[in-house]
Design a protein around this ligand. Structure first.
Ligand SMILES: [Mn+2]
Length: 488
């Protein structure tokens, strides 16, 4: 199935935290002509809705969404079915689908306060808080006494203002957070506390800090003991990794030489203990083992700082054996709602968060893994112009149009840019999902698009790429939808 996009190898699929489950087919969304709803249809819909509510209460949101869908086929005129399905899909983080459901419920009943409320929640999640403000105002117009919604409206308006303010500040600041941190270090305002008795970075003759594998291993133990590093050490690690990321192109070539193995790990999302377990399976990055972490290292889990510092420390220590692709969560707008911002500020302060936010923009967007020996079996395999297998690894996947070349990706300007809602970089490389039907479809998430197997095949043929590896979705039960691949 070389034409299919592959999920990451087994490692990521067994432990990657929940992002989004495969969604019910889009056809259930299609708003066909209203059919004649008979009394027996209505009764069946009522029964299905009761079953769906039960599934929802027991937190089986996939089942709940399916049952609401079945109820909708019986009675597509009932707005509560759409509104409830929207809620189930919000729980599944399918905010794109949920938004369509909420809108349909509003069409069927323009005075349906709860549907506006659900749609507002979707707009916040798909990073459009200004649209959420409009919906929340609508709810308040319908339910002026609703104190809870008034509070949410206030906090959403504050969020919109905060985003605008940050944007304005960003334009004014001439210095990046990296430059500011280096300055503060030079000014001597970020020294290690005298009382610190944890693992120590080495000091070079030039008076700079240097990392060793011994430090890295003791740092991991230190983290396991529940301790944090001095802020200065955190900065040194982030800056040490940054030096390498900043020099890498937006698409990084990694050649697998004889005797070298490589593992790709997907969304670890702040689960430090999962990362340690994965490292016992893959081995540490070293001269004969390459590790690529395919985005979404942070957010959701409570040990995002430990995860990202460990990954960055490896990058600093062995830049040719450790690679990191940017995920959609290596971005300010996600870190604001999914936990990383709060965690960093709590553990290492505001300036450290600014430093992370900038260094995330230096992470490459994709990696091309290239075999250095011709394959033994060349049949039905797409090879590079030189006759080697090569694999394209990105967090989300491919693009909303045909014809994008590897060179275009390589040259994408990324440093200092927070992902927007347009262009190849964020909504596409970082956000897209594959779909089973050919062509392109709407994103279940409401950000980016979904691309079909034909899109993948055309793109692979155009670029001489054997297959695409991507992360960004959880596979329930750790099941791989496609066979595991071999590099040659
Ligand atoms: Mn993701």
């Amino acid at each position: 199935m070389s034409d299919s996009s592959l999920s990451s190898p087994s490692l990521s699929s067994t432990t990657s935290p929940s992002s989004v489950v495969p969604s019910p087919s889009l056809s259930t969304l299609s708003l066909t002509d209203p059919k004649e709803v008979t009394e027996s249809d209505r009764q069946e819909a009522t029964q299905l809705k009761a079953d769906a509510n039960k599934a929802f209460t027991s937190r089986d949101f996939v089942r709940a969404a399916q049952l609401y869908s079945e109820a909708i086929t019986r009675d597509p005129s009932d707005p509560t079915l759409f509104c409830n399905r929207a809620y189930a899909r919000i729980k599944l983080e399918e905010h794109g689908y949920a938004l369509q459901d909420a809108s349909r419920a509003i069409e069927l009943n323009p005075k349906y306060a709860k549907a506006y409320y659900r749609r507002a929640m979707c707009h916040i999640q798909i990073l459009k808080p200004q649209l959420a403000v409009a919906d929340l105002k609508k709810v308040l117009a319908l339910e002026p006494q609703n104190a809870q919604v008034r509070k949410e409206l206030d906090s959403t308006q504050k969020l919109v203002r905060k985003i605008e303010f940050e944007k304005a500040i960003e334009m004014e600041e001439e210095k990046t957070a990296v430059e500011r941190c280096l300055e503060m270090i030079a000014e001597g305002v970020c020294e290690v506390e005298k009382t610190y008795d944890g693992p120590k970075l080495e000091t070079t003759d030039a008076g700079k800090y240097a990392i060793t594998i011994d430090f890295l291993r003791s740092m991991i133990q230190w983290f396991k003991d529940g301790k944090t590093l001095p802020r200065r050490y955190a900065w040194e690690i982030i800056l040490g990794a940054h030096d390498h990321f900043a020099k890498e192109e937006s698409l990084v070539d990694v050649e697998i030489k004889d005797g070298v193995t490589m593992d790709v790990i997907g969304d670890v999302h702040g689960q430090f203990y999962d990362v340690l377990h994965l490292l016992t399976l893959t081995g540490e990055p070293s001269s004969n083992h390459i590790l690529l972490m395919n985005g979404d290292l942070v957010d959701r889990g409570s040990w995002s700082v430990e995860v990202i510092l460990t990954a960055f420390a490896f990058k600093w220590l062995c830049p040719k054996a450790m690679f990191i692709n940017r995920g959609n969560h290596e971005a300010k707008e996600m870190n604001r709602t999914y936990g990383f911002e709060g965690e960093v500020k709590h553990k290492h302060g505001e300036q450290t968060y600014k430093l992370f936010a900038h260094v995330f923009t230096t992470l490459p967007l994709a990696t091309l893994v290239i075999a250095t020996r011709p394959p033994t079996n060349k049949q039905n395999v797409i090879l590079s112009p030189d006759g080697f297998k090569r694999y394209f690894v990105s967090h989300g996947g491919l693009f909303s149009k045909d014809g994008v070349t590897l060179d275009e990706i390589r040259k994408l300007k990324r440093i200092g840019r927070q992902p927007g809602t347009e262009g190849l970089m964020s909504p596409q490389l970082l956000w897209t999902d594959p779909q089973e039907t050919p062509g392109w479809g709407p994103s279940k998430r409401g950000v980016g698009v979904a691309f079909g197997p034909d899109v993948t095949r055309r793109w692979c043929e155009l670029n001489g790429v054997t297959a695409v590896l991507r992360s960004h979705e959880v596979r329930h039960g750790g099941k791989l939808p496609f066979p595991k691949i071999a590099l040659r």
